[in-house]
Every structure is written in structure tokens, then in C-alpha cells.
Ligand binder design. Structure first.
Ligand code: SF4
Length: 390
């Protein structure tokens, strides 16, 4: 099956699945509405609670109409539902089609109308961007590409937004920045709580939520007059964490997909180990952020709520060396909202540990290229730096 037909089948299964779950929900709602109406009918016959009974009766009518609409949608998708009768069968069929599509990046991009590449400007985004561009070049589809960066505000390391822009400019791809008011720190101040692994509101609120409106705007400008196929490329890798290892390379984004667009999340470098990411950066002289040279493994926020205590202490020492205000800024916010940055770990405690290490070992120092020296070799770093400065 070619990529276009495979995507059509994925969309048919998505719609059939939606029709089946919509019908189930409408049936359940009608059952509840009827039960509620029946429970009020005795009071109604006795002449009390007339208003409540009338409201319940109207609600039941509305719910009956909802069920009728859901039944007609179900009818429209009957052929697909006959072919894949159970939810498990639909899930398996979609997964197999998407796995097959993910094996052939060039055909996938050829079949797509728009390819949105999400970048944090970090090393994984950088390689994901490079690989997408390579595949798009082969497909002759560079014009379909857009790069999107979510600016988290003052919480980020300096120069992130500018670097993300330069990384997109290298390939002459249009660059889009979205920034929510106040950024990460404004969100924490407003909520009075730091996010954590269980409630990762920062990524939902600052990164995921702004993506839908951008896709809406971009697909509107395409003016296709039919459903658009949108690839949303991410630099997510399985090697980063157990939860990321469980993610698939290509999935349907049900939240953002609609009759106007089928949106697929594409983790294009999902299988790459750390070493290969660095190798691709070195081989292609891709500009990475100097913060990696300090030994920190991730970019984005200076203090990440998911980082280990060691990383947080290291980030603080880097701030000391660069004379950045983040430690004081975060400590003041922590005091204001009276909520510790992590369970059993305050920014104050992290700062104290960083000061102690600085006192013992002296201030932190590093050189440009240290990340490559560490992950690959000194000669690779030297050759990378020489090519980067050309
Ligand atoms: S880097 Fe960490 S703290 Fe910052 S937005 Fe991402 S998950 Fe949240």
C-alpha cells in the first residue's frame, strides 16, 4: 500500500473509532437521562418538583437527538467498522500502518501537505530537524517544512531562541516562535505551584497547547479544500526515559486532528542512542548550544522540574560561572509561593550545595567543544570547531 492510501486508511479507522465511541457515550448519556427523569416522575405525579422533572424531560429529549446523530455517524462508518469490528483490531491496524509509514521518511513527507518541526534548539531537536530536511530534500518537498519554537521566557538558558532561529535559517525554513505571557516562571507564579513529573503542566501549557492554533493557521493558509495531512516532528528519543521508550515513532494526534486535518506526531529519531546524536552533530557541523559543553545533558529550562539533584546543582554552578540571575530568581519565587521546587529539595538547598562544591573545587570551567570531546573524541571536536567557524 502506498503512503497516501495508508494515510487514508488510518484516517478512516480514526473516524470509525470516533463514531463508535461517540455512539457508546451517547447511549450511556441517554440511559442516565432516562433514569434521572424516572426518579423525578413520582414527585411530578404528586405535584411537587415539577420544574426539576420538566428540566429532566428536556434533557432526555436532547440526549435522544444526540443519540440519533451518533447513530447516523455510526451508520456512515459501518463498512470500516465491519472490517475492523473491535477497538483492539482498529488499534492494531493503525499501529501497523503507521510503523510501515515511519520506515519510509521520504514517502511519508511526499504524502504530507505540511511538516511542522518542533524545536527546543536542543541537540535532539537539532538532529530531528536535520534528518527531516534530508528526507524532504530527497522528496523534493522542502517547501512543506516549517520550524516552530516555544519560547519559555526567562526560565531558559540565554541564547536559546536565537539559536533555534539560526538552526532553521541554515536550511532556509520559515521559523515560527510562540511565547505565552510570562513564560514558565509566570505560569508557576500564577498557579502558586511548581509542575512535577505527574503534573507536567509546563509542557502541556507552554509547548503542547500552542501547537494546535499554529497548525490551524498553517493549514488554513494551504487552502486545500480537503483534509490536510500534517506531520508534527519531535526530537523525542526512546533512550531518554522509560516513558519515552514506550512511545511509537509515528502516532495519530487525536487531540489536534479534525475533519480539516489529520495530524501525526512523528518521533523521527526515536531509535537513536546519545552517541549517534552527537555523531550526526559532528558529521554535519550542526550548531549546538554551548551549555552542553558544561556537562549538562539537556537544554531548555535552566532548572528543569524533571532533572536530578546532581544536574540542578551543576546548573547552579554554571549560573555562577556565567553570572546568571536564575538561582536568586528561582529562590525568590520559591519563597513567594511557599512551595519547594521538588519534593524534599528546595532551590535554597541546591544553591548551598553548589556553593560548597565551588568552594571545594573552584568555579566551574569548560571549553567550546567539550561535549564532543566527552561523547566522541578530542580530534572530532577540533574538526567540528574548525568547520563551524568557516
Ligand atoms: S525543561 Fe523541564 S521545567 Fe522546563 S518546560 Fe520542559 S519539562 Fe518543564
Amino acid at each position: 500500500m502506498n503512503a497516501t492510501n495508508a494515510l487514508r486508511t488510518v484516517e478512516m479507522i480514526r473516524c470509525a473509532n470516533k463514531a463508535a465511541s461517540g455512539h457508546r457515550a451517547a447511549r450511556h448519556a441517554l440511559q442516565e437521562a432516562r433514569t434521572e427523569q424516572a426518579s423525578l416522575s413520582v414527585d411530578h405525579i404528586l405535584g411537587s418538583s415539577t420544574g426539576a422533572y420538566e428540566a429532566a424531560r428536556k434533557h432526555t429529549r436532547r440526549t435522544e437527538k444526540r443519540l440519533q446523530r451518533a447513530a447516523s455517524k455510526l451508520h456512515a462508518w459501518r463498512p470500516t467498522l465491519n472490517r475492523y469490528p473491535t477497538e483492539l483490531q482498529r488499534h492494531r491496524a493503525t499501529r501497523n500502518l503507521l510503523e510501515h509509514l515511519a520506515d519510509d521518511a521520504v514517502s511519508l513527507i511526499t504524502a504530507a501537505d505540511l511538516v511542522l518541526i518542533q524545536t527546543s534548539a536542543g541537540k535532539d531537536s537539532l538532529v530531528a530537524l536535520h534528518r527531516t530536511v534530508e528526507a524532504a530534500r530527497k522528496a523534493g518537498c522542502l517547501h512543506k517544512l516549517r520550524v516552530m519554537h516555544c519560547d519559555l521566557g526567562q526560565a531558559e538558558w540565554p541564547g536559546v531562541r536565537e539559536l533555534a532561529r539560526r538552526q532553521a535559517e541554515r536550511y532556509a525554513i520559515p521559523f515560527i516562535v510562540v511565547a505565552s505571557e510570562g513564560g514558565f516562571l509566570g505560569m508557576v507564579q500564577e498557579r502558586g505551584l511548581w509542575p512535577d513529573a505527574a503534573r507536567r503542566l509546563c509542557t502541556a501549557y507552554l509547548k503542547r497547547d500552542p501547537t494546535g492554533p499554529v497548525i490551524t493557521r498553517l493549514t488554513e493558509t494551504l487552502g486545500l479544500g480537503r483534509q490536510a495531512i500534517v506531520l508534527n516532528v519531535m526530537g523525542v528519543r526512546g533512550a531518554e526515559s522509560r516513558s519515552r521508550a514506550l512511545k511509537s515513532r509515528l502516532t495519530v494526534d487525536d487531540r489536534t486532528s479534525s475533519s480539516n486535518r489529520l495530524v501525526l506526531t512523528w518521533n523521527i529519531i526515536h531509535e537513536l542512542p546519545d552517541s549517534q546524536v552527537w555523531q550526526e552533530i559532528a558529521d554535519n557541523a550542526l550548531e549546538y548550544h554551548p551549555i552542553y559543553d558544561t556537562g549538562l545533558p539537556r537544554l531548555s529550562c535552566v532548572y528543569c522540574v524533571l532533572a536530578s539533584p546532581d544536574w540542578l546543582v551543576l546548573a547552579t554552578r554554571v549560573c555562577f560561572a556565567l553570572e546568571l540571575p536564575h538561582p536568586q530568581l528561582y529562590a525568590a519565587l520559591e519563597r513567594r509561593i511557599n512551595h519547594s521546587f521538588k519534593k524534599d529539595l528546595t532551590i535554597g538547598g541546591i544553591i548551598a550545595a553548589a556553593r560548597m562544591l565551588d568552594a571545594l573545587d573552584g568555579p566551574l570551567t569548560w571549553r567550546r567543544g567539550d561535549a564532543l570531546r566527552h561523547h566522541l573524541s578530542p580530534s572530532t571536536a577540533d574538526s567540528y570547531l574548525a568547520r563551524l567557524s568557516v
